[in-house]
Design a protein around this ligand. Structure first.
Ligand code: RIB
Length: 340
């Protein structure tokens, strides 16, 4: 059976298409349309089971009441926990979320942005890979709000929500130094993203203060975990003198712990450990792992609040600003002091 359109309804009831559209879009009162006509139209629409075509509606109104949420990897517990919180808040404010993984791949991200544009997505929340500056600039030029989080694109002037990455690793490394550790490594993914650069810098700043030599290992990210574990294992076998390590993300940290159990490296006796990102695995590990916990609730809350504000003040150019949140160093057994 052919899907009914607003035109069919208007013809059937012998009223104008515009009147039907105003009634179906909740604007009858604003347009001073009489109660009896509203009653006639809504009754008929229920009888025939008319479902507004959301794409047609978004073409007409330019709004789809959807938000595009683009993160590195939708299955990563860090991004998944933030996405869930954003979705709840968005839904309560009349928006649905379209959620996808960029894999930090510039070309894939460009294609995803095009897909979102075709669907008239109203606003964007992006943890951006490098190389999409022009695409984001175009969204902003077309009046589409973009809020970045977890990292930002320095050349693009838009709102972003990050944590104090540099202080977080500086503080964690200082903690290890205060515990008496002297040969401390930093193992992370090779990346020029703002948050990853800041984390390495924080570690180096802490060592510099104590005149210790930095030992940094940057692993090329790979979907195949074996391709992460192999070079990391070789690194730890080569640097037998290490007594502590800071891992730059949750993923690097879990790979590191797997390697230590394979190599029979005892934590913290042979190697003290701190990892970025706190989550159950680190709490359940023996000994529990000291972690730099990100405020995921606060990140999600700030991201969606900034975007909703921009959506509700559309057309009014609001100044862009950055929100930098604090992390918590959750000190546990994996970084307890050196045995005397
Ligand atoms: O894999 C998630 C990690 O990388 C988190 O540290 C997050 O900040 C991202 O940068």
């Amino acid at each position: 059976m052919k899907k009914l359109s607003i035109v069919d309804i208007a013809n059937e009831l012998k009223v104008s298409k515009t009147t039907v559209s105003f009634i179906l879009n909740g604007r009858a009162k604003e347009k001073r349309i009489g109660e009896d006509l509203v009653e006639r139209v809504t009754k008929y629409v229920e009888e025939v089971g008319y479902k507004p075509n959301s794409l047609a509606k978004s073409l007409r109104t330019g709004k789809s009441n959807t938000i595009g949420l683009m993160v590195e990897d939708i299955s990563n517990p860090f991004f998944a926990s933030i996405a869930r919180l954003i979705e709840d808040r968005a839904y309560k404010n009349g928006y649905k979320i379209i959620y996808c993984s960029t894999d930090n791949d510039t070309q894939k991200t460009k294609e995803l942005i095009n897909m979102f544009r075709d669907r008239h997505v109203d606003g964007y929340i992006i943890a951006p890979p490098e190389g999409i500056e022009d695409d984001v600039e175009q969204l902003l030029k077309d009046g589409l709000p973009v809020v970045m989080f977890d990292r930002h694109l320095p050349k693009v002037n838009t709102d972003y929500v990050e944590i104090d990455n540099l202080f977080s690793t500086y503080n964690a490394t200082r903690h290890l130094i205060q515990q008496g550790y002297k040969n401390i490594a930093f193992v992370t993914f090779a990346s020029s993203q703002t948050q990853m650069m800041a984390r390495v810098q924080g570690y180096k700043d802490a060592l510099k203060e104590s005149r210790f030599t930095p030992v940094v290992k940057e692993i090329v990210f790979n979907q195949d975990e074996e391709m992460i574990i192999k070079p990391m294992t070789a690194f730890f076998k080569k640097h037998k003198d290490l007594d502590a390590v800071v891992f730059g993300t949750n993923h690097v940290g879990t790979c590191g712990l797997k390697i230590f159990s394979t190599l029979g490296v005892k934590v913290p006796d042979d190697m003290a450990v701190i990892s970025f990102d706190d989550y159950d695995v680190f709490k359940l590990y023996s000994p529990p792992v000291t972690a730099i916990a990100q405020p995921v609730d606060e990140i999600a809350d700030n991201v969606i609040t900034v975007l909703l504000k921009k959506l509700n003040t559309k057309g009014v150019s609001t100044a862009s600003h950055s929100i930098i949140l604090k992390t918590n160093l959750q000190i546990r057994g994996s970084s307890s002091g050196l045995k005397d």
